[in-house]
Design a protein around this ligand. Structure first.
Ligand code: KG4
Ligand code: ZN
Length: 338
């Protein structure tokens, strides 16, 4: 089955063609990062307008890159939520119009189920598995028993991991989005220079809290009398990253042990992080676990990742009607039930 997928939940307009929910034929992403960078974060109204400008071009590019004409598309998959409602509506309206015009079924997908199922586009992966979903809006641990069968085991009580990265980057004057910038700087710094806290690490539950690390960075910056030198900024970046990585890896491995799961997926924009990848690589074998990271193009927001759940829902008759609406917040546990 040839499925055209469309994603517009935040500041990336994306379309992809995926065959049989496994084979990626094209994956086109138009980023709006430059538009929002000057505001230090995503401006929802601007995001919606930019999606409107980009969506047709992006969909056509995805079809062209896949060498597939619109007439051959057999189903449409689209992100229904969570995300910015105005942004989501652009992708959802486009998807509904295409499905109706082509007379093909529509599947409405949860953004995070796309993220956590993305590894299936690259390698065979059996259920059940544990998923750590870390992005600008999520830091969740899920048990995944199959497509549409998700259970939240833990989540952040305040900032998401990507949000903490972006806020700390702002404090350090690095620009937006800051995750990748901190990651790069951290490689030149000393991770033991500053002992930032590891919130919730010793709590028995599987929740996270990242706002305390961010506040600790702010307080630490207040102790300097002079403007920071480059090496001092790199040391703070490395120390912040060490704290984030330690909390994320240790809690994830604890969750895997508690659930008796030996397969772990790490997904979402923060899964690009080199420290996180290295630390999971080092610790996984010790815990008898295998960790799956999507390749970087499938970690950040993209439409190809929707292909796995969309294909499954389309083949199993779980079609969305033209009345389906966008959801700004939506628990993943409910996604498959709808
Ligand atoms: O999944 P994503 O592209 O969009 C959302 O659904 O939120 O994730 C974006 C987040 C941003 O907060 C960004 O700073 C972060 O992922 N990010 C990183 C890295 N690359 C992107 N965080 C840490 N290290 C990176 N290398
Ligand atoms: Zn995302």
């Amino acid at each position: 089955m040839l499925v055209l997928c469309i994603e517009s939940s935040c500041d990336e307009t994306a379309a992809a063609v995926v065959r049989d929910g496994r084979e990626l034929l094209s994956n086109v992403v138009a980023s709006q990062v430059d538009v929002h960078a000057r505001y230090g974060g995503v401006v929802p109204e601007l995001a919606s307008r930019k999606h409107v400008e980009a969506i047709s071009v992006v969909v056509n590019s995805a079809l062209e890159a896949a060498s597939v004409s619109l007439a051959r598309i057999e189903g449409i998959g689209v992100t229904r939520g969570p995300g910015l409602v105005g942004a989501l509506l652009v992708g959802l309206s486009t998807a509904k119009a295409l499905a109706w015009g082509l007379g093909v079924p529509l599947a409405a997908v949860h953004h995070m189920e796309g993220h956590i199922l993305a590894p299936l586009l690259e390698a065979p992966l059996e259920f059940p598995f544990l998923a750590l979903a870390v992005s600008g809006g999520h830091s969740h641990l899920y048990r995944v028993d199959g497509i549409g069968r998700y259970r939240t085991l833990g989540q952040t009580l305040d900032d998401a991991a990507g949000e903490a990265y972006d806020k700390v980057a702002k404090l350090l004057g690095l620009g937006y989005p800051g995750g990748a910038l901190i990651d790069r700087l951290a490689a030149q710094g000393n991770p033991e220079a500053v002992a930032f806290p590891r919130p919730m690490l010793h709590k028995k539950n599987l929740d996270f809290s990242f706002s305390g690390i961010k506040t600790a960075v702010l307080q630490h910056l207040g102790t300097y009398q002079q403007p920071l030198e480059d090496q001092q900024i790199a040391d703070i970046a490395a120390s912040f990253q060490a704290a984030m990585v330690e909390v994320l890896t240790r809690k994830t491995l604890r969750a895997a042990e508690q659930e008796g799961l030996a397969r772990i997926v790490v997904a979402g924009g923060v899964a690009c992080n080199s420290g996180l990848r290295a630390q999971f690589g080092a610790l996984a074998a010790e815990h008898g676990a295998k960790v799956y990271f999507p390749s970087p193009a499938l970690c950040g927001d993209n439409a190809a990742m929707l292909g796995v759940p969309a294909n499954y829902y389309l083949e199993n008759g779980r079609h969305a009607t033209n009345l389906v609406n966008a959801l700004s917040s939506w628990t993943l546990d409910m996604a498959g039930a709808d």
